[in-house]
Design a protein around this ligand. Structure first.
Ligand SMILES: Nc1ncnc2c1ncn2[C@@H]1O[C@H](COP(=O)(O)OP(=O)(O)OP(=O)(O)O)[C@@H](O)[C@H]1O
Length: 302
């Protein structure tokens, strides 16, 4: 079993006496892509800033790669990269000069790294233009390049696709996957765009009101929270009432029925009975997307 790479135990944080984190606890394994999910203002960015050692908790303990970010924030920042809304770029400086400045700060020795990242994020031909003249998407890509200069073991991404066009979103998502696959980089990301992050995350932390309400791999959370299977079947069968073969059913559109099943095991049984009565063209589970899971978790902790 892999040791926890990020460990957070009973962390509290208040701003001006107002509690924001109320005993947050979770752990993340090395090499995971973890999504931190929760409504606006629940404390996601605050959690990232605490892990990055730029603010201090009022209580609890944290380690990142065995390092305490509170007492050793510089060390955490040397092994991690961060992309936040503000991006932290110098707007008067060109893209290349921004990267040169941060490369020096991070003591990056590899001279080709800047050109490589400018190329990778489609900024090579804009290298000499001031970052302040860039579009939101270009700034975001430059911020990513900056965060990756020193090949961090851990990458914090706060809303990494905000303001990006569809091509930019695809580029960033592909890059996240590639970075994790090839370099084993642990990626800790916050996003509200659930259909985007479910294509990359292996584990999730659901939080609300400054606390973890659920955490684990996708299948662990599904097994715990998804009480029913919603199955839409394209079929010629016509139910006589609101039950078919003992399962609740609704007509979605002509030739499409939606069944509520107690478990996946019931699918074969249902399909056998439908096929005995009529034809079946397709069947699809429609409540296993991250958005459905998100609302199930939140419903149970409301
Ligand atoms: N420096 C600060 N001073 C005072 N209050 C703060 C500070 N930073 C964050 N807060 C407050 O803490 C709460 C949590 O903010 P945070 O940015 O962590 O939430 P979030 O979950 O990231 O929200 P969002 O989804 O909108 O990005 C908010 O009410 C915010 O106003």
């Amino acid at each position: 079993m892999t040791a926890a790479f990020i460990h957070v135990h009973d962390v509290h944080k208040s701003f001006d006496g107002r509690p924001v984190l109320n005993g947050m606890s979770f752990s993340v394994e090395e090499g995971a892509i973890v999504g931190l999910l929760g409504p606006n203002g629940c404390g996601k960015t605050t959690m990232i800033r605490l892990l990055n050692g730029v603010i201090e908790p009022n209580g609890g303990s944290m380690t990142v790669a065995g390092i305490d970010p509170q007492s050793n924030g510089d060390h955490v920042r040397r092994i991690s990269g961060i992309v936040t809304e503000g991006a932290g770029l110098y707007h008067d400086m060109s893209a290349a000069d921004n990267l040169k400045f941060f490369a020096k700060l991070y003591q990056v020795k590899d001279k080709s790294r800047i050109a490589e990242l400018l190329e990778l994020f489609g900024l090579a031909e804009h290298a000499d233009k001031p970052a302040g003249t860039f579009s939101t998407g270009m700034k975001k890509r430059l911020a990513l390049a900056k965060a990756l200069l020193h090949k961090p073991k851990l990458l914090f991404l706060d809303e990494p696709t905000n303001g990006l066009d569809p091509e930019g979103i695809r580029l960033v998502m592909q890059y996240i996957r590639k970075l994790n696959d090839r370099e084993g980089t642990t990626i800790f990301l916050c996003s509200h765009v659930l259909h985007q992050i479910e294509t990359v995350c292996s584990t999730y932390i659901f939080m609300d009101k400054g606390r973890t309400i659920a955490a684990g791999t996708r299948s662990m959370i599904e097994n715990r929270y998804m009480k029913t299977i919603e199955l839409v079947v394209e079929t010629g069968a016509i139910p006589s009432g609101d039950q078919y073969a003992g399962y609740p059913v609704k007509r979605v559109s002509p030739g499409k029925l939606r069944f509520t099943l107690p478990a996946k095991d019931a699918i074969s049984d249902l399909l056998r009975q439908l096929l005995a009565d009529s034809w079946v063209h397709t069947s699809e589970i429609v409540n296993r997307d991250l958005e459905s899971l998100y609302f199930e978790v939140r419903k149970e902790h409301a």
